[in-house]
Ligand binder design. Sequence first.
Ligand code: ATP
Ligand code: MN
Length: 476
Amino acid sequence: MKKSIKEILAAKPIGQEVTVCGWVRTFRSNQFIAVSDGSCMQTMQVVVDHENTDPALLKRITTGSAVIATGTLIESMGKGQAVEVKARTIEVVGDADPDKYLLQPKKHSMEFLRDIAHMRIRTNTFGAVMRIRHALAYAIHHFFHERGFFYFHSPIITGSDAEGAGEMFKVTTLSLENTQKNKEGDVDFKKDFFGKATNLTVSGQLEAELAALALSRVYTFGPTFRAENSNTTRHLAEFWMIEPEVAFFDLKDNMDLAESMLKYVIAFALEHCADDIQFLKERQEQEESTKPQQERSTMDLITKLHFVVDNEFQRLKYEEAIQILINSTPNKKGKFQYPIEGWGTDLQSEHERYLVEKHFQKPVILTNYPKEIKAFYMRVDDDGRTVSAMDILFPSIGEIVGGSQREERLDVLTQRMEEMHIPLHEMDWYLDTRRFGTCPHAGFGLGFERLVLFVTGMTNIRDVIPFPRTPGNAEF
Ligand code: ATP
Ligand code: MN
């Protein structure tokens, strides 16, 4: 296999012949080509040997063109790079028309780039984000594998519509023009591909619970779809979610697992993506400097990441959080868009961010929410008012993890489902876990893009996924 620029820079085989394959970033003084292959932040400088190079070829070396250059790796005299390739041969394998290629070496807005898929991914920023995204995914698998968890594949097309986590996308092969109706006048899903109505999954949790009650420790890591019309910088219609589920686990075990996983994967990125994170830190500092003083964040990206890795997360009950919020200055001064009325109020992002960024100034795990504002499968606490839920809140992001100890008692669970009008007969396959060898168990969902958002310090979740899907947008 040919060596990547990253590998060549790591090994530095001075005096030996190397081949560099990549895309031209810049071509200076008709002499120095900066080539990027995406393997790392750095480019490789290729120096043209004019005696052995056809001048016509040089015209084709433009920003964006694909080249293969072979020559000797030597120490570089110029500043900016330690080594360079003294080219013996240069081949242009793909031209990039300089009049049409938009990605000249200048700064483009994230919004502009979202519309130009092939260029977006060649920018320094997206390169860094995509490499960090990979490292985080790898670290997550590694973390679970080391701890005896099995990667479990929950279905993407689901026949259950009672997951309750959000609006679903329908999956059908029925004709939209003349849908067949049954006697009752409803769409006849018996004629549909699966013989029933199906949707894209909003969560793999319920299926993972079945697996946990057989394999003890499992996690899912797959695409998740929510047709909710939330046009925020934290929501996507298609995102990836990690959902561990563990048998014989209680709420505390669950919090410990989530906290150690977040710390592990962030520390992994700090160690293995240092150049990329450094680049994004500087990028963020530039962006911050354009904001008014009071809106600037007080911590730079690297400090913020270390802060999460090095500090214990603040754990507190919903009830305590409500007291803090009621007595908070923004609440008293009417600064919250949604005022805190008292026990039972669902927390909005502004409240979560107040707790994390202003009050505690560290990640917060909120537990024991009122059962009315949480899902049916969460375990009812002894007081009968709250459930063993936990949300992990991060600075700038708000909720990054949502989880709970699950209700393992069949009678309590079915009563909750009835109260919440969840069709019991459709959930028989799930309720069976509570009929045959039920046990205490717990798990959580981590939104992968929210994690990537946090680690990269990007501001919009659309810019940490290759092809963002949001209301009104499904380009490419
Ligand atoms: P939120 O209140 O932020 O909408 P949620 O309560 O709907 O979140 P859960 O159903 O608990 O979230 O999902 C688990 C995790 O998945 C969340 O903690 C979050 O990290 C992530 N998540 C949820 N919805 C989205 C989305 N639309 N886009 C990206 N990530 C999401
Ligand atoms: Mn939501």
